[in-house]
Design a protein around this ligand. Structure first.
Ligand code: TYM
Length: 335
């Protein structure tokens, strides 16, 4: 990794096949950063177990997610693509950062509130402390920028606060990271309730598009997308959330501005608009899906990537971890 380049870190939970929201809000943007920055992209399996997972399914989802990163265009030779659980530094730093994180701060996290409501039979300590682990993920690599969707902004602000608090107590240790959120697509909404974000855990399968959905399924889901009783394709998230969401998806997939989209569909009904959006999504995902199918056939190659990148990540993580352990007063092993 080049010393001069800034560091990017981000991750996704392998808690199911990722959605079009994950892709347009995060993964697609990551692929544009790989030349300019030193990038680490993690499969955050340790975060995923804050809600119950079937071990066999988690294993499959984690490998699939790694392949999806590559299939989306992340070059595993240029980017450090790895499993969180392969780098024990994440858990070790998380423990230390737990001791710099207040209960009150964690209590305010909306993701914790949402998930503890959804999984009320399993409100575990890991779910509560999740943002401290996320801070550890980021701070472990002296990250400059964190490309995420809007929903992760609150966690990122907390990571910054924790870094600043630690630095104030023990002297300059961590780089204070900045969020990197794209202007369009950072919050893709549910196709069935456009006031809610698209989520892989939505029970209504028509609400979200999986990035591995086949073309017919994608078309069907877009045809059923909730819009409004009007007929005009106009960008107005407040009053026309469904149509505006579809326009956002179309905009990110085609690179067109909202103005251009409004002009393209002037005088046309929602039917042809929805179909065009679906087709654009199918075309956007086609190369990724083809590459994914190819990668899935080459287990040995994926195993090699997993091993090699885990070694790189461990090497990088150790540098910060040793520094932090020293600062808090842990006795070093003499060499
Ligand atoms: P996760 O796995 O929920 O989501 C992965 C990424 O996708 C973005 N995203 C969306 N973007 C646009 N529209 C949507 N509907 C949508 N849904 C999700 C998320 O903002 C995220 O960028 N806590 C994180 C994972 C994580 C992480 C980290 C991220 C763990 N450690 C360190 C960055 C840095 C999460 O649960 O993302």
């Amino acid at each position: 990794m080049s010393e001069q380049k800034k560091v990017i870190f981000s991750g996704m939970q392998p808690s199911g096949v990722i959605t079009l929201g994950n892709y347009l809000g995060a993964l697609k943007n990551w692929t544009n950063l790989q030349d300019e920055y030193n990038c680490l992209y993690c499969i955050v399996d340790m975060h995923a177990i804050t809600v119950r997972q079937d071990p066999a399914v988690l294993r499959k989802n984690s490998r699939d997610l790694l392949m999806l990163y590559i299939a989306a265009g992340l070059d595993p030779e240029k980017n450090v693509i790895y499993m969180q659980s392969h780098v024990s530094g994440h858990a070790e730093l998380a423990w230390i950062l737990n001791c710099f994180t207040y209960m009150g701060e964690l209590n305010r996290m909306t993701q914790f509130k949402d998930k503890s409501q959804k999984h009320s039979d399993n409100v575990n300590v890991g779910l509560f402390a999740y943002p401290a682990l996320m801070a550890a993920d980021i701070l472990l690599y002296q990250t400059d920028l964190v490309p995420v969707g809007v929903d992760q902004k609150q966690h990122l602000e907390l990571a910054r606060d924790i870094a600043i608090r630690f630095n104030n107590t023990h002297g300059d240790t961590f780089k204070v990271p900045e969020p990197y959120i794209s202007k369009v697509g950072a919050k893709i909404m549910s196709l069935q309730d456009p006031t809610k974000k698209m989520s892989k855990s939505d029970e209504d399968t028509n609400a979200s598009v999986s990035i591995l959905d086949d073309p017919d399924t994608i078309v069907r889901k877009f045809k059923r997308a909730v819009t409004d009783s009007d007929t005009v394709v106009r960008f107005d998230p407040e009053n026309k959330p469904g149509v505006s969401n579809l326009m956002t998806i179309y905009s990110v997939a085609t690179g067109m501005t909202m103005q251009q989209i409004e002009t393209e569909f002037e005088g046309q009904g929602y039917g042809s608009f929805k179909l065009k959006v679906a087709e654009a999504v199918v075309e956007e995902l086609r190369p990724l899906q083809d590459k994914f199918k190819q990668l899935a056939k080459d287990k040995t190659y994926i195993d090699t990537i997993i091993k090699k990148n885990a070694e790189t990540a461990n090497y990088l993580a150790a540098k910060t971890l040793r520094k932090v352990q020293k600062k808090v007063g842990f006795v070093p092993i003499s060499r």
